[in-house]
Design a protein around this ligand. Sequence first.
Ligand SMILES: [Zn+2]
Length: 438
Amino acid sequence: MNIADFKTSLDLHAVGQEMYQLITELYPICRSITGDGFRESLRIIKQYIPLDVQEVPTGTQVFDWTVPREWNIQDAYIKNARGERVVDFQKSNLHVVNYSVPIKKKVSLTVLKEHVFTLPEYPDWIPYRTSYYKDNWGFCLSHRQLLELIDDEYEVCIDSSLEQGHLTYGEYYLPGKSSDEVLLSCHSCHPSLCNDNLSGMALAAFLARSLRLLSLRYSYRFLFIPGTIGSITWLCLNENQVSKIKHGLVLANVGDSGRSTYKKSRRGDAEIDSVAMHVLQHSGQDYEVLEFSPYGYDERQFCSPAFDLPVGNLMRTPHGRFPEYHTSADNLDFVQPPYLTNSFAKCLSILSVLENNLTYLNQNPKCEPQLGKRGLYRTIGGAEGEVDELALLWVLNLSDGNHNLLDVAVRSGYPFESIKRAADLLCEHALLKAKPEV
Ligand SMILES: [Zn+2]
């Protein structure tokens, strides 16, 4: 079965519910760029797809970076003088600055405040902060919690470890007819945050699970990696393989109520850019296209100058553009099944266009073929047949070996599916032939 037929046969609503279910299961886990939370998350995703889990030792040099020590955490709290936990990691893993060094000591309120982060403008939300590459410790509190702290002596405890270990990532390679690859990558390193992180992971997992059932032109490579250091590590270890990547998408923030956003690859005119823009343009829904910029998610690394891979970034609301971003309010309410469904369907459409975007050769290029005698020309006038008829003419006219079907769709203004249907019909009547791929 191909992707388009598969999409039609699918209960998309149910897929959105299942994706949300996976997000709910992953939500409580304290993930980071390394450590057992990341491994546990991959173990859960492995229930959906046969991921290969890779472990890269601490200290491994990856281009200009070094794989850091592995971080794990058991518990953390701030106790008041009466021994009550006034801040408790067990209630939210966002309470600890991710990658905090272990600490257990008594401090005054003044000292404590030097290690506390809050969001005064959103007094009920807990911010998400990290300190990956500088030894430090800290707590993240709701601003309301901070205001309730009286001048007292506090016991601060972070029962964490930073040791020689590994950077873990998950990879799933799905072979297609061609060894040319489509890369689908998501960062998987954030703790309890739903849109930024978990939505992309769920989307990648469900796309992988779906594509497994289909006959595919391209091979697909799915990466579940820690942000930045993960893509740098993967690119360093797979440098001699990346030329196989012909198209790619970084998936992030795909579960909120905002409109779909596509951020172009560094090249700006890659096939994936045209395909994603075409699908969004014909979705009948509001959307936004952003030019490439060297800030954002792992497209920064995939699109670094020496690689310059054709990898764009599919999102709904971009990072930093929603107040819930990197706070406890990016939770299970913020992400909803219908938006996950919508992102999933758009991804399938994008992949379907990629899979079918072949170049054809008109077998009767000297003037128009006589469509009527082949039953391809409407015999009785009327609005209905007209659309496809014009699509047939466009496909015939532009199938000179230099235009792929998306070129025809863009130039004619038709959605890709109409042009593809026209091409299939012309092939059936031997008026068109796919140009052999080199
Ligand atoms: Zn983030």
